[in-house]
Design a protein around this ligand. Sequence first.
Ligand SMILES: [Mg+2]
Length: 274
Amino acid sequence: MIEIIRSGATLERARVALFDFDGTISLIRAGWVEVMVPMMVETLLELKTGESEAELRAIVEEFVARLTGKQTMYQMVALAEEVEKRGGTALEPLAYKKRYLELLWRRIEHRVEELRRGDAAPEKYLVPGARGLLEALRERGFRMYLASGTDHDYMAEEARLLDVKRYFDGGVHGALDDYKSFSKAILIQRIIHSAEAQGNELLGFGDGYVEIENVKQVGGVAVGVATAEPECRVVDEWKRKRLIGVGADYIIPNFVEHERLLELLFDDARATTA
Ligand SMILES: [Mg+2]
């Protein structure tokens, strides 16, 4: 099912595509929210401000969602700010990030190990249809970029394990220690300044608010991949609303119908009947 939010969002001249990684291509880190949110709620509960767990959860869920798509560090900076606001002494954001990554690793280690040993096919942890879309875009001569808020070394390794790294001739770009030196918005500006593509020739795919907003800000076409992880069979209503809110032109639950999507994006149907 492809939901058209803004009809006529076509891209006859586009030759550059930008993909988010986690939740858009990869399911290796599926479930990360259920690790990050409880860890943060627990940290704030320890301050004993009298706020209920439900109240703190609502606060945490709001900023975690708002910052999804940016580097993980921004969510940790926000946590440190919430601790300080309540009169607590916050740890360095990097310390919170390490704690989170240790907890997340316990949850996803078996997936990475399974792939490393070759006991699972990469398809097990790919959003359905992702490879078909990547192949189709490559055939059309697209230059492709993969960009993630996950640390560079992890996401590059995970993209390799999923056998998708090879499609990204524009490179794979993850978070760096100096977290202010890179963002999806910076990458888009680099692409535009190098004259590879103008903003309106850019095609973006993501399940997060940040990448969709970044692509729309420069006039590109954005496909909101509202994946309900890990099955990705239906649209996640919460993601859908947020992605439409920042301007997604299309909403899809996965890439199974990528051929139809490309027809819509490139107006092939009209071209072939004209
Ligand atoms: Mg994502």
